[in-house]
Design a protein around this ligand. Structure first.
Ligand code: GUN
Length: 296
């Protein structure tokens, strides 16, 4: 293996420690406690794990955590009423509605009911528009975490060729906007892209966010490239359940300059950025300067 392994777990721990220090100062100097409300509808096991992790890391950072667990058959109107209450609650600076929502609920309607200033996921249409036009926005957590790791590892990204594989609203599209904001030359590739291997092989920065286990192989990677693996795929290998990314780590690590592992790469940064967005939202709501390095 030649690639440097980017340790997202250690980086996320540093970000959380930095956040916790800011939270102490906010409390001592301004009497403020940043608060994050997480709403979970139904009992999807993976979502329950995420919500539990978010809650514990929120309190560990010294912030207030408000969890709202609703039954799977909750009427859309009840969920909207809860969001209106959270919008009006001054102790709540960030609101996250865990996705996916049950099929009878209109996800776009719910997300766009969140006060954009409290939209710590960055999914509200206003924040999508602000990000797309290079204005101050709440930025989606996973792409923000990827950007922080790229800046930390590479310094300036200006002029680099970046290829994002995947065009989701949660990762692919905002990731491309952030890379463009840092003056990369950006290509978004997807399942219909012709000569995907050739397109990827031109990338100085390759971000894989497709949700297909180990589909990025060494022949698709430029020697020395920085590879960010957003995928979290559960597979069975040798009769055992394992987590793998969208990148074939073993072969790509022999070619790339740097690579994020799965687990322990992008994943821990996502929750750290959720906490960072909550702190940012709290500072903005109270007219206080935002801590450096936590936003795009
Ligand atoms: N479900 C999977 N990823 C996410 C995320 O980033 N935010 C929310 N709200 N739900 C998710």
């Amino acid at each position: 293996m030649t690639a440097t392994v980017i340790d997202g777990k250690a980086f996320a721990a540093r970000v959380r420690a930095d956040l916790a220090a800011h939270v102490v100062r906010l409390r001592e100097v301004h009497g403020l406690v940043p608060g994050l409300a997480v709403v979970l509808v139904g009992e999807d096991p993976a979502s329950q794990v995420y919500v539990r992790n978010k809650g514990s890391q929120t309190t560990e950072a010294g912030m207030a955590s408000f969890e709202h667990k609703l039954p799977v058959d909750t009427p859309e109107a009840d969920l909207l009423a809860l969001i209106h209450n959270l919008n009006a609650d001054p102790a709540v600076h960030g609101i996250l509605v865990q996705l996916p929502l049950p099929g009878h609920i209109d996800t776009d309607l719910v997300i766009n009911a969140i006060d954009p200033a409290k939209d710590v996921d960055g999914f509200h249409i206003l924040n999508v528009g602000l990000l797309g036009t290079g204005q101050k926005a709440m930025v989606p957590c996973t792409p923000l975490g990827c950007l922080m790791m790229l800046r930390d590892h590479l310094g300036s990204l200006s002029g680099l060729n970046a290829v994002v594989v995947g065009r989701s609203n949660i990762v692919g599209k905002p990731m491309a906007q952030l890379l463009l904001g840092d003056s990369c030359t950006v290509t978004i590739a997807h399942s219909r892209t012709r000569d995907l291997a050739g397109v990827c092989a031109r990338a100085d920065i390759l971000v894989a966010a497709v949700g297909r286990p180990e589909m990025i192989t060494a022949d698709m990677v430029k020697p020395g490239a920085t590879v960010i693996d957003v995928g979290i795929n559960r597979v069975e290998r040798d009769g055992r359940a394992r987590l793998v990314g969208d990148v074939d780590f073993a072969s790509v690590a022999a070619v790339a300059g740097a690579i994020t592992p799965v687990p322990g790469g992008v994943g821990p940064m996502t929750i750290a950025c959720l906490l960072a967005n909550t702190l940012t939202a709290c500072c903005r709501a109270n007219g206080l300067p935002e801590p450096d390095g936590l936003t795009a």
